[in-house]
Design a protein around this ligand. Structure first.
Ligand code: ADP
Length: 219
């Protein structure tokens, strides 16, 4: 079922987020204090409003408590970001996501009741660093400080080899839990005699240090 979202702050981050949610046919309203920002998005969202999100009456009149998720995408003006989250909390918004520019900003947002705090600049920087250092790691899901699941691209010279021949379990204490052939086609728990095809991504679970070692080896 499609959801209802409100995005407050239609800067670079907020506008891309709002458009992406709307393109997937959700109901999305955008709110910004600046008229030009609202005009830019007028035709790309369900509705866009000029309003100050720290103003209680304006926020009440928009009925934000009836939305599934409200995202506070104000960054630079930390005071406005914090006041907005406090107000949304008071209005009874069920799920508040807030963007933080610094660790301290993030801590405050969590303390005052944001359900989820995101750090887009930090996360994108970390992601790019990982991607530059390990270009064959396509995706990574951290399970804890020590363990992750990674999707690793197999170099072309290993095409035709079996999982058993790679000896990933004995050499690196890692387990291949799936192989992704395309976005739609996945083999779960491949047997040891599965022979690797061109373009296969290995989905591997194990300790971060062992995963790093393997990704270096497979470069
Ligand atoms: P980005 O880096 O994503 O562009 P900014 O912090 O520069 O983030 O932009 C956030 C947006 O939030 C701006 O368009 C700004 O006009 C808007 N904004 C700032 N304060 C308020 C407020 N009190 N109410 C509504 N919108 C606001």
């Amino acid at each position: 079922m499609k959801k209802q979202y409100a995005v407050i702050g239609l800067g670079r981050f907020g506008s891309h987020l709002a458009r992406a949610l709307y393109e997937e046919e959700n109901e999305v309203i955008g709110i910004d204090i600046r008229e030009d920002k609202v005009e830019d998005l007028q035709n790309d969202l369900s509705q866009a409003f000029i309003a100050d999100s720290t103003d209680e009456d304006s926020m009440k009149s928009l009925g934000l408590r009836n939305f599934d998720v409200v995202i506070v995408a104000i960054g630079d003006d930390m005071e406005a970001s914090i006041l907005t989250v406090v107000l949304l909390k008071e209005l009874g918004v069920p799920y508040i996501v807030a963007k933080a520019l610094s660790k301290r900003h993030g801590l405050v947002l969590t303390k005052i009741g944001a359900d989820q705090v995101v750090f887009p600049e930090r996360d994108m920087g970390l992601r790019l660093a990982q991607n530059l250092m390990h270009p064959n790691i396509i995706d990574q899901l951290r399970l804890s400080d020590d363990y992750s699941i990674e999707e690793i691209k197999v170099p072309s010279d290993l095409v035709g080899q079996t999982i058993q021949a790679l000896d990933i379990r004995a050499k690196y204490q890692l387990n291949v839990i799936a192989i992704r052939h395309t976005d739609e086609e996945v083999s779960i728990a491949p047997g040891p005699d599965y022979s690797i095809k061109n373009g296969d991504l290995l989905v591997i679970i194990g300790k971060n240090k062992d995963l790093n070692e393997l990704s270096q080896k497979l470069k």
